[in-house]
Design a protein around this ligand. Structure first.
Ligand SMILES: Nc1nc2c(ncn2[C@@H]2O[C@H](COP(=O)(O)OP(=O)(O)OP(=O)(O)O)[C@@H](O)[C@H]2O)c(=O)[nH]1
Ligand SMILES: [Zn+2]
Length: 327
């Protein structure tokens, strides 16, 4: 059949086609599912948006608002993508140093999920994710899950710390239901991304927030019978109390994309508020004399674990390349 995008607009209605708008809720190699008028529509993607090989990047993501042609078969063809307005969550494409992979577009909020036990709380990964959200221009909420497995004394100071830094921080248990109502309040009316190490309970929490939520609602491959279910697929799940959640699969490989070393301090609120107080304007806050940040860590005003996260992330970022022009 002739591809819909090559048929002139005036002929489409004659052929039983109509135009519609929607949001990509699931994206796979050659197809996607678009939520249009509250209905999921399976759409094929014109060649320029298709993924040909693993690790390749492309300019569309879950959360993108698109224009589509509805075909008489009930399926659709994506015709165009609207400019993005909200924040985005990116990661480095596997194996490629510079390639950005947008995990989700038009996102309001990043909910960083960590567990207080099994797996034990990983403060380095927690901060890496918080920094990704800050850098992507997202509101950040921190959710410590599996509190049924630990004593409050173990995680309450961590919650208090993130609250002092200005983040919404909550303690939950998908098993006992503790904190689930607080999580609903955090999610209501927003498009949120859940991120966190594999096994911390992201899927279990989503099921507690909205029992019956079909985490495989938009499995394109299963729906089309083509290809296998890909574990890298991301989906956007509408919540019945208002809002949407982007479900990202295990993100062990999560890397900070496109952040410069000298931008990092601005992603740490406790460091950003001390900006300009060091002796050297280009202080990296590690071993320079007269550093206001190191002094604040020594004085107990900056949490040493947060400072440790800063140093680790700093070292993992490429040193500035003087030949590369800054944007
Ligand atoms: N005790 C306890 N177990 C939990 C809780 N939440 C989740 N689990 C268990 O932890 C395991 C992992 O939960 P998932 O929801 O699959 O974790 P996930 O973060 O979605 O993992 P990925 O899909 O790999 O990213 C499952 O066996 C859950 O039953 C909790 O609050 N308390
Ligand atoms: Zn400094």
């Amino acid at each position: 059949m002739e591809p819909a995008c090559s048929i002139p607009y005036e002929r489409r209605s004659v052929l039983g086609m109509s135009m519609a708008e929607g949001v990509i809720i699931r994206l796979d190699t050659g197809a996607c599912i678009v939520l249009s008028d509250g209905r999921p529509v399976r759409c094929s993607l014109p060649g320029k948006w298709r993924l040909r090989k693993r690790g390749e990047t492309r300019p569309i993501a879950v959360g993108d608002r698109v224009r589509l042609t509805l075909l008489p078969t009930g399926e659709g063809v994506v015709e165009g993508v609207e400019p993005r307005t909200g924040g985005k969550l990116s990661r480095k494409a596997a194996g490629e140093r510079e390639a950005e992979q947008v995990v989700a577009a038009n996102v309001d909020q990043l909910v960083v999920v960590a567990s207080v036990a099994e797996p034990e709380l990983n403060r380095r990964l927690l901060d890496r994710l918080v920094v990704s959200g800050e850098h992507g221009g997202l509101e950040v909420a921190v959710c410590l899950n599996k509190i049924d497995l630990a004593d409050g004394a173990a995680y309450e100071p961590v919650l208090a710390l993130y609250r002092r830094l200005g983040y919404r921080a909550l303690a939950t248990s998908a098993v006992s239901g503790a904190g689930v109502e607080d999580l609903r309040a955090v999610l209501r009316g927003k498009t949120s991304v859940f991120a966190g190490q594999s096994g911390v309970g992201k899927s279990a929490l989503l099921m507690s927030v909205q029992p019956g939520l079909d985490l495989r609602v938009g499995d394109v491959s299963a729906a089309t019978g083509k290809g296998k279910h890909t574990t890298t697929a991301v989906s956007l799940l509408p919540l019945e109390f208002g809002g949407c959640v982007v479900d990202t699969p295990g993100i062990r490989e999560f890397a900070l994309y496109d952040i410069e070393r000298d931008e990092l301090e601005h992603c740490f609120p406790e460091m950003a508020e001390r900006f300009g107080r060091c002796r050297f304007a280009d202080c990296s806050h590690r071993q320079e004399p007269g550093c206001a940040i190191v002094a604040a860590v020594k004085g107990g005003e900056i949490d040493p674990e947060r400072y440790e996260s800063y140093c680790r992330i700093y070292e993992s970022l490429p040193a500035p390349d003087p030949t590369r022009r800054r944007r």
